[in-house]
Ligand binder design. Structure first.
Ligand SMILES: [Zn+2]
Length: 233
C-alpha cells in the first residue's frame, strides 16, 4: 500500500490526518507527504524567505517522525491557483509517488482558498495521472488512485463519512505537529490556545463521534471507476 497526503500548508496534514498516516506507516505502508505552498505568511515577524525556509525544515522533521517522504511544491502561500502549470505539476507529483490512496482537502466543503485549490487540483488530475498521452517527467500511473478528503480545520462545514481510530498514534501526531515550532505563537494568536491542544480537542471531538478516544474523519471521492477499497477501521 502506498499513501500520499497532500496539504495546502505545512502543518495541515499534521492537524487533519497525521494519526492516520502514522497508522499506515506502522503497518509498513509507504507514506508520502506533499505540501502545496511554502507557508511564507506564517509569521508576523520574520520575512517571507526566512519563514518559508524554517517551515520547510519543520515539515521535514515532522515527516521524519513516521519515516514519510516529503514533497515540497513551494507555491506562494495564499496564492495557489488551478491552471495548466499547476495541473501538470500535480499530475507529475502523483506519478512520482504512485499512490494507491490520496488524502487531501475537500474541494467543496473546505473554506480556505489554498485548501480548496489543492483539493480541486487532486480531484482534477486523479484520472489524468493514468493517461499516457499526457506527458510529464514521470511515466503514467498503472492505475487511478483512490481519493479521500480530509476534515476541515475545526471541522467546520464537514460532515464525516468515515472515521479512523487514531488513539494508538495520537502521540506520533503530537510529535509531528510539535515539529512546527515556528507556528506556536502565530497559531496561539489565531486559535487562542496551543496548536497541540487545538489538535487534541478536534481529534477528541471526532473520537466522541466515532466512539473512540481520538479519531480523524474523511469523505470519499466517488467517481467512475470506483473500487471497493476502504480506509483502515
Ligand atoms: Zn492550511
Amino acid at each position: 500500500m502506498r499513501v500520499l497526503a497532500v496539504g495546502a500548508h505545512p502543518d495541515d496534514i499534521e492537524i487533519l490526518c497525521a494519526g492516520t498516516l502514522a497508522r499506515y506507516a506502522a503497518n509498513g505502508d509507504f507514506v508520502a507527504m506533499a505540501i502545496s505552498t511554502n507557508g511564507e505568511v506564517g509569521s508576523s515577524t520574520l520575512p517571507k524567505e526566512e519563514i518559508a525556509r524554517i517551515r520547510q525544515e519543520e515539515a521535514r522533521s515532522s515527516a521524519a517522525v513516521i519515516g514519510a517522504e516529503l514533497h515540497w511544491l513551494g507555491y506562494p502561500d495564499e496564492f495557489l491557483y488551478e491552471n495548466e502549470q499547476t495541473r501538470m505539476r500535480y499530475i507529475d507529483l502523483v506519478r512520482q509517488v504512485r499512490p494507491d490512496l490520496i488524502l487531501t482537502h475537500d474541494p467543496v466543503n473546505d473554506y480556505h482558498p489554498d485548501h480548496l485549490t489543492t483539493g480541486q487540483l487532486l480531484w482534477n488530475v486523479r484520472i489524468m495521472t493514468a493517461v499516457p498521452n499526457i506527458k510529464t517527467d514521470h511515466p503514467p500511473c498503472d492505475k487511478i488512485p483512490e481519493l479521500y478528503f480530509m476534515d476541515t480545520i475545526a471541522g467546520v462545514h464537514f460532515v464525516p463519512e468515515e472515521y479512523v481510530d487514531i488513539t494508538s498514534t495520537i502521540d506520533m501526531k503530537r510529535r509531528m505537529l510539535s515539529a512546527h515550532k515556528s507556528q506556536e505563537s502565530w497559531l496561539r494568536d489565531l486559535f487562542k490556545m496551543s496548536y497541540v491542544e487545538f489538535m487534541e480537542t478536534c481529534s477528541g471531538f471526532r473520537g466522541i463521534q466515532a466512539g473512540v478516544r481520538y479519531a480523524e474523519c474523511f469523505r470519499r471521492s466517488v467517481t467512475f471507476p470506483a473500487s471497493m477499497k476502504k480506509l483502515l477501521p
